[in-house]
Write a protein that binds this ligand. Structure first.
Ligand code: SF4
Length: 139
């Protein structure tokens, strides 16, 4: 199975701890998170625009999967040395995070994100940098 992800969601997944925009969104996000945590060899296809995370975004909330967020996708991919249409295992992406990011990069990259203030994404990058596992979440 291949998971399609846009640039910034590569980092959102590191900090995902069960918070999200709706119950359906969280079920989908938790499934992706746990699949990647348990099977780090899973293939990731880097795409532009709405991806396998966005597809569960609640239709009754203000849509934000287009627009300025593309800049964040590009910034994250540049930081990781990845390009759109590239395929890579989740493990290889985590290896890139470990080599190229430090936790404080999140506050520089994600200036417009409402989740940034919770610190979970910085913590997630820190775990990967230290070679420690991401926490298990209940599905
Ligand atoms: S701060 Fe927001 S955009 Fe940045 S990685 Fe976390 S959830 Fe994603």
């Amino acid at each position: 199975m291949t998971i399609s992800l846009r640039g910034h969601h590569l980092l959102c997944l590191l900090g995902y701890r069960g918070m999200g925009y709706s119950e359906d969104f969280c079920v989908n996000m938790t499934n992706i998170y746990e699949m990647l945590r348990n099977e780090p060899g899973t293939e990731i296809e880097i795409i532009t625009g709405p991806d396998d995370v966005c597809r569960a975004y609640p239709p009754d909330k203000a849509y934000h999967c287009e627009g300025n967020v593309y800049d964040l996708d590009e910034a994250v991919l540049a930081k990781l040395g990845l390009t759109v249409n590239e395929r890579s295992s989740w493990q290889e992406i985590c290896d890139r995070v470990a080599k190229r990011l430090i936790p404080s990069d999140i506050s520089k990259l994600c200036t417009t994100c409402p989740w940034e203030k919770y610190g979970v994404c910085q913590e997630g990058v820190g775990l990967v940098v230290e070679g420690r596992p991401l926490p298990k979440l209940s599905v």
